[in-house]
Design a protein around this ligand. Structure first.
Ligand code: NOJ
Ligand code: NOJ
Length: 598
């Protein structure tokens, strides 16, 4: 009763209260809407900021050429000389190797010998000709000895060039004198056979100016050097460029050692050339013509599956032109004439070189700000992610060891380019998940088994499920060792834009104290404690890719094309030449930096 009374007597208050309540409700609603719209505004600001950062990333993309002045950045950013007091970045611990270091070194040394011998076995040359059928010319290299499931007993322009390029570089290492002579025989016989192959009309085209020398893009030939006339993914426009790279590297090798072609043209065998001029005029000249006349054409990629203007094809063409321009200029300087007496080719090479550079660096093509990594086939993003180990392969073949082949050229997409490093990072992320053999190690921050590209379904014989490849896993190691070399040999600081180059997050923990300074640049000065610790970790990371290879090759040291993504066992073409040559390349890159600790 009294309560009701009270209520009644407090009517005014009651109504006031109601008013308060309703205004409270009104306020909460208002607050709700306010928060909602504020969130919206924030989201929009974030979106705009993101676009701006993307744009920034877009315009400040490290093409390698721009990176040359990286020292300038030293004054601006955050500097770390050792990791003790610093809290912006700290080094992630790396998982210790599962094998003891001396056993590992022994294994590497043994495997180098095995790889060299396996490659020699896949080439017919004057040192082993009796082991091969008579109808097979000298200088022929088979992709693999496998004749069925799959039949890889053919000669591919790409596989031959890549494999022999490794032998040429190998020459600079301490191979024995006997093996050095063999390398000359093999290279000259390869050149001889290539001159024959170039002139074969085939399903890609003819050897004629009228047909723009399109026959040179034929990807593979029968082992007896006759055309292969069945269906295939043709043309493949990387072949002539790769051959130019290999042959010019060989001619450079002769020059550096004060040797000449004439010293090695074995009189017992018939060569269609007598000297360097003949090689430039009869072989390299036409491969160059092919590039000049066809560089804008789409073609099948190095994996023989899709048609586009690919990053791999374009970069190797650019690099081949770069080398050829130098060669043509020097040749003219020394001998007063141009190969084939053609005074126009050099200018054509220079024009094409310029256009290709612009194309390589153009925005929204291979460089795609929304991806972070370099896109292999930019016009096929509807069917592919564009993520492909071909990008890494292109970077390493076009950036030979700084201390071997005197490289005063400016070829973009060097091994420290942020897009190249992000490509490796993204491949590691993706393949840690898609290959079950990586699952037990995917959290350990060590190298994992890598394949060609995430969408791959080629199992080595048919199409079912894609697997890791030896060349993919080994080339990751090569990239890392070349990265170390570029810091040590060029004595440059490690400049890290951790947000832009996600690769570095494999090695550093980022402090959350600086959440908004996403575009902060951290510099680790050359030869500082932090520098040496970082490079030590990079070296171990490189080795961990070799660990994967060691685990999955056969007990006899054999490598096929692939290894099974569930079981890790060898799969696909056995004794693939290219698997062994990539291994040699990667070991050479490792040897270059092994002694270089500060
Ligand atoms: C399909 C594969 O993906 C490709 O790389 C290969 O060259 C051909 N099949 C022929 O084996
Ligand atoms: C298939 C690979 O995709 C291709 O790049 C290679 O040339 C051939 N196999 C031969 O090894």
């Amino acid at each position: 009763m009294s309560l009701i009374k009270l209520r009644k007597s407090n009517d005014i208050n009651y109504n006031k209260e109601r008013g308060l309540i309703s205004s409270y409700i009104y306020n909460t609603r208002l607050r709700y809407y306010l928060t909602l719209s504020l969130t919206f505004v924030l989201l929009i600001i974030l979106f705009i900021k993101q676009q701006f950062i993307n744009l920034k990333q877009f315009t400040s993309y490290d093409t390698g050429i721009l990176n040359i002045n990286s020292n300038i950045k030293l004054e601006n950013g955050y500097i770390i000389t050792d990791f003790n007091q610093q809290d912006l970045l700290t080094l992630k611990p790396l998982q210790p190797s599962t094998i003891n270091p001396s056993q590992f070194e022994t294994w590497l040394t043994q495997e180098v010998v095995i790889a060299r011998n396996k490659i020699l076995k896949n080439i017919k040359f004057s040192g082993n000709e009796n082991e091969w059928d008579n109808n097979i010319p000298l200088g022929v290299l088979t992709a693999s000895p496998s004749r069925q499931s799959p039949n890889y007993f053919y000669q591919w322009t790409r596989d031959s060039a890549m494999t022999l390029n490794a032998l040429v570089s190998d020459y600079f290492d301490n191979v024995e004198t006997g093996q050095k002579i063999q390398i000359h025989d093999i290279l000259l016989q390869y050149i001889n056979n290539s001159i024959v192959l170039q002139r074969l009309d085939n399903l890609s085209g003819k050897f004629s100016l009228k047909d723009k020398y399109k026959g040179l893009a034929e990807p593979k030939f029968n082992i007896d050097s006759t055309p292969f006339n069945e269906n295939w993914g043709r043309p493949q426009n990387d072949g002539p460029a790769l051959r130019i790279i290999t042959v010019l590297n060989y001619l450079k090798l002769l020059e550096t050692n004060s040797l000449s072609v004439e010293n090695f043209t074995n009189p017992n065998y018939h060569y269609t050339f007598n000297n360097e001029l003949d090689i430039l005029s009869n072989l390299i000249y036409y491969d160059l013509q092919f590039i000049v006349l066809n560089y804008e054409e789409s073609s099948f990629d190095l994996w023989e599956e899709i048609v586009d203007r690919h990053f791999f094809t374009t970069l190797v063409q650019f690099y081949a032109l770069e080398k050829a321009i130098k060669k043509w200029e020097n040749f003219k300087l020394m001998y007063g004439i141009f190969p084939n007496n053609d005074n126009n080719l050099l200018n054509q090479l220079k024009t094409t070189h310029k256009v290709l550079l612009e194309y390589l660096l153009s925005k929204d093509n291979f460089i795609n700000p929304y991806k972070g990594y370099v896109v292999e086939s930019p016009n096929l993003l509807n069917i592919r992610s564009g993520l492909d180990i071909a990008v890494i392969l292109a970077s390493i073949v076009c950036h030979p060891s700084k201390s071997i082949i005197n490289s005063d050229h400016l070829v973009p997409f060097d091994v420290y380019d942020s897009g190249i490093l992000n490509t490796l990072y993204s491949l590691v992320q993706s393949m840690s998940i898609i290959y079950p053999i990586n699952h037990p190690i995917s959290n350990l921050n060590i190298g994992v088994a890598l394949g060609r590209y995430p969408e791959d379904i080629y199992d080595g014989v048919h199409t079912s499920e894609g697997n890791p490849w030896f060349i993919a896993t080994t080339s990751a190691a090569e990239l890392i060792f070349k990265l170390i070399e570029s810091y040590r040999v060029e004595e440059k600081p490690i400049v890290i834009d951790i947000w832009k180059t996600k690769f570095w997050s494999l090695f550093f923990h980022e402090s959350n104290k600086f959440p908004w300074q996403k575009d902060l640049i951290v510099t680790i000065p050359y030869n500082s404690i932090a520098f040496n610790m970082t490079l030590d970790n990079l070296f171990k990371y490189g080795d961990s890719f070799f660990e994967v290879v060691r685990k999955h090759m056969s007990h006899e040291g054999e490598m096929s094309e692939q290894f099974n993504k569930y079981s890790g066992f060898l799969q696909g073409a056995s004794d693939l030449s290219w698997s062994y040559s990539t291994f040699l390349d990667a070991i050479r890159a490792r040897n270059k930096v092994q002694g270089l600790t500060a």
